[in-house]
Design a protein around this ligand. Structure first.
Ligand SMILES: *Cc1c(COP(=O)(O)O)cnc(C)c1O
Length: 402
């Protein structure tokens, strides 16, 4: 850890020790890394993104061998079909499915494992609906750190298998409610002195900042007006905002993009709170949504995100199950096969545009958070043009297609 770095609770500003095994403050608030002297931070020369932006990162020295080559994902302007669908002139797609385990979680796992190495930890655990477990399993394998993953029963088998192949110990937990299961496992871990890497942990969030730095470079210093993010544990949105906010503090950029918080209507603890003008998370339980990557019903640290939404004028929108499936289909028809959670922002942006909350000329980035290949069960909601044809009947079949 570099000098001048603190670990602080996000609302009450209490300082905590880096040796702390739990990733949240005693009262459940998120913890965040604060770096002294950001006013003087600058961008340096360097091969890797984390070298160029090292002034903004807490690690004293990143061991390059921890990296699996995460990041460097494409930022592409959406095609006309998608622009017409959302009703915008400038929609950009940040394709995080190009990461080593096919989701943005890799950026955070890189930071968590770099940190675990620095702290000399040799075992790490996580509670995950899938991508986080796959990602940390891969990074643990590379770094020689033992990984334990607790998954809820509803986790798609593609995700469970992709944790297993990296050698992680995977426990499918039978429990009536995912949020309660998380609480139970967290308190057990505390008793057993086991670090549970959380989707909203302070070091993971430092890794997610790299997305902002990367987009800053990809847009040649330009700043989007909005960034739409499917939100569950809230780590991703916190990281992307933090990255831009720190560039702002350093005087490198003169405005901060507004975040768009997107959730499934069936589980919208943050979006519902904001729509109802509340200050606290509205907990959801016993729900079902096809967007299984965004199923945190009562996110720890969620109040801080609600607070930031009011303070910085962020937008919030939720989408129905049908809207999610339609968005997944539309993205696929434009060439992007993403999982349902990653499709939610497309429809949310359309609704926000229709209600006039976003101007037609605004520059909006939607983040494709994870690949569609890791959740094949959901494909039963789609129609496919796949037929079985006898070799002698191909000519007839083709003339029907033409
Ligand atoms: C984890 C995840 C999210 C939600 O990110 P949080 O940091 O938990 O808010 C969204 N989409 C996908 C595909 C994910 O794996």
């Amino acid at each position: 850890m570099k000098k001048g770095i603190k670990l602080v609770s996000t609302i009450t500003n209490l300082e905590y020790s880096f040796d702390r095994i739990e990733e949240f403050a005693d009262n459940g608030e998120s913890l965040e890394v604060r770096i002294d002297g950001l006013e003087n931070a600058g961008i340096k020369a360097g091969k890797n993104l984390w070298e160029r932006f090292s002034d903004f990162l807490p690690f004293s020295d990143i061991d390059e061998s921890v990296s699996l080559g995460e990041g460097n994902t494409a930022l592409i302007k959406a095609d006309k079909k998608l622009l017409d669908f959302v009703g915008l002139d400038n929609l950009y797609i940040k394709n995080e499915t190009q990461n080593p385990t096919w989701s943005f979680k890799d950026r955070g796992s890189f930071a968590c494992i770099a940190m675990a190495k620095e702290m000399g930890e040799n075992v790490s655990a996580t509670i995950s609906t899938g991508n986080m477990g796959s990602s940390i399993s891969a990074y643990g394998a590379k770094a020689g750190i033992k990984i334990i993953v607790f998954v809820p029963e509803f986790t798609p088998k593609e995700k469970v298998m992709s944790m297993g192949i990296h050698g992680a110990t995977v426990m499918k937990i039978i429990a009536p409610d995912y949020s309660d299961m998380k609480k139970q496992i967290l308190s057990l871990a505390k008793k057993m002195n086991l670090r549970i890497v959380s989707g909203n942990g302070p070091f993971r969030v430092e890794g997610y900042k790299l997305t902002s730095f990367e987009m800053y470079e990809q847009m040649n210093g330009g700043i989007p007006d909005y960034i739409a993010i499917p939100t569950s544990a809230c780590g991703h949105i916190r990281g992307i905002f933090k990255g831009y906010n720190e560039l702002f503090i350093a005087g490198i950029i003169s405005k901060i993009p507004k975040m768009i918080i997107v959730q499934a209507m069936n589980n919208s603890p943050i979006v519902s709170a904001i729509k109802e003008g509340k200050k606290h998370v509205v907990p959801f339980s016993n729900f079902h949504t096809v967007a299984e990557a965004i199923t945190t019903g009562n996110p720890m640290g969620g109040d801080e995100i609600i607070h930031k939404a009011y303070k910085y004028g962020w937008l919030a929108e939720s989408v129905t199950e049908d809207e999610i499936i339609e968005s997944q289909k539309l993205l696929a028809e434009s060439g992007y096969f993403v999982e349902p959670a990653s499709a939610t922002p497309l429809y949310a942006i359309k609704k926000l545009r229709e209600s006039g909350k976003i101007e037609k000329t605004a520059t909006v980035v939607t983040i494709l958070t994870g690949s569609g290949l890791k959740d094949m069960t959901v494909l039963r909601y789609h129609k496919f043009n796949v037929t079985l044809v006898n070799v002698n009947d191909v000519e007839k079949a083709l003339s029907n297609v033409k």
